[in-house]
Design a binder for this molecule. Structure first.
Ligand SMILES: Nc1ncnc2c1ncn2[C@@H]1O[C@H](COP(=O)(O)OP(=O)(O)OP(=O)(O)O)[C@@H](O)[C@H]1O
Ligand SMILES: [Mg+2]
Length: 288
């Protein structure tokens, strides 16, 4: 079985088992659990309702003097494939793991861009987080890129691979925040490229961001300000990605990563370094 088949099988088995998976305690919620579960678009504690999500319905709540995000799972999920059907379970699994790491002194700051989970229950289809008072990102600048790549590096080191780095899953409130983990899968960073083991070397952290997000930004730049503006934006992103991957290489190497993983990272790093030195035209097209 491939790692992907293994993950799917164990998630489907968990779903069929009837077992509960919860993060945190209902006692930590700003409203009684019954009230949260009874939330409807016209409930008095609802400030806004977003019905557009494929996995969940999202409510903005006001309680205890602050704003919260209540995510209620859709059953069935509107994404009709195995990964879509287990995406809420997957999100609760990741939130449990990430919340535990966020509490560790070593990882708290590195994972500050990962939203807190106040409470989550898989069987009740409920997830409560602080509201992120941020804006959607359609213009990327240096600060935003640095913060995103810092979060990515922490996640990759810890063995979390986010496949869906799309604009709808990122917010900026002065810090780039990640809050949707429906397609973030575990992997073994010392011996694997991503959550598909060694099967799909074309997919890595920077590639996910470029494919799902950054190339749309580059296309808009080309239209509005021409090719040289787009190439300058690619150069900025690649310099930041290069620094991120060089650090990642050092960290994984210190921890005993396999020769295969280190050679794969070396290959990516060399391509970027060469293009940054000799000209980015070829890389621009290749990565697109
Ligand atoms: N903690 C939060 N703070 C502010 N806004 C949020 C928060 N969580 C979610 N949202 C808003 O709700 C939208 C949908 O949330 P999310 O991406 O978690 O749901 P989803 O159903 O998994 O989405 P999809 O499956 O379409 O990616 C987000 O794009 C964002 O605008
Ligand atoms: Mg989303």
């Amino acid at each position: 079985m491939t790692p992907q088949q293994q993950r799917r099988q164990s998630q489907l088995a968990f779903a069929a088992s009837g077992a509960e998976l919860a993060v945190g305690s209902p006692a930590d919620c700003p409203l009684p659990l019954d009230q949260l579960l009874a939330t409807r678009p016209d409930s008095p504690w609802v400030r806004r309702h977003f019905a557009g999500g494929l996995t969940a319905e999202v409510y903005q709540l006001e309680a205890g003097g602050r704003l919260w995000t209540l995510k209620r799972a859709r059953t069935p999920c509107k994404v009709r494939n195995p990964d879509g059907q287990t995406s809420f379970l997957n999100e609760v699994q990741r939130r449990g793991e990430l919340q535990a790491l966020k509490r560790q002194a070593d990882w708290g700051e590195a994972l500050a861009g990962i939203v807190e989970t106040r409470y989550a229950s898989y069987r009740q289809g409920l997830l409560l987080s602080p509201w992120i008072a941020g804006e959607a990102i359609d213009e990327w600048d240096e600060r935003r890129l640095l913060q995103l790549f810092d979060s990515l590096r922490a996640l990759l080191q810890l063995g979390f691979f986010e496949w869906d780095l799309c604009p709808g899953n990122l917010l900026d409130d002065g810090r780039i925040r990640l809050f949707d983990f429906g397609y973030m899968y575990r992997f073994e960073p010392l011996h694997s490229f991503n959550s598909n083991g060694l099967l799909s070397p074309q997919h890595h952290g920077a590639e996910r961001f470029e494919t799902r997000c950054y190339y749309a930004h580059l296309l808009r730049l080309e239209h509005r300000r021409g090719q040289s503006a787009a190439l300058a934006a690619l150069e900025l992103e690649k310099r930041i990605a290069l620094d991120c991957y060089q650090r990642l290489h050092r960290e994984l190497s210190t921890r005993g990563a396999s020769a295969t993983v280190l050679a794969w990272l070396d290959g990516i790093i060399d391509q970027w370094r060469t293009a940054l030195r000799d000209g980015l035209d070829g890389l621009y097209l290749r990565e697109a």
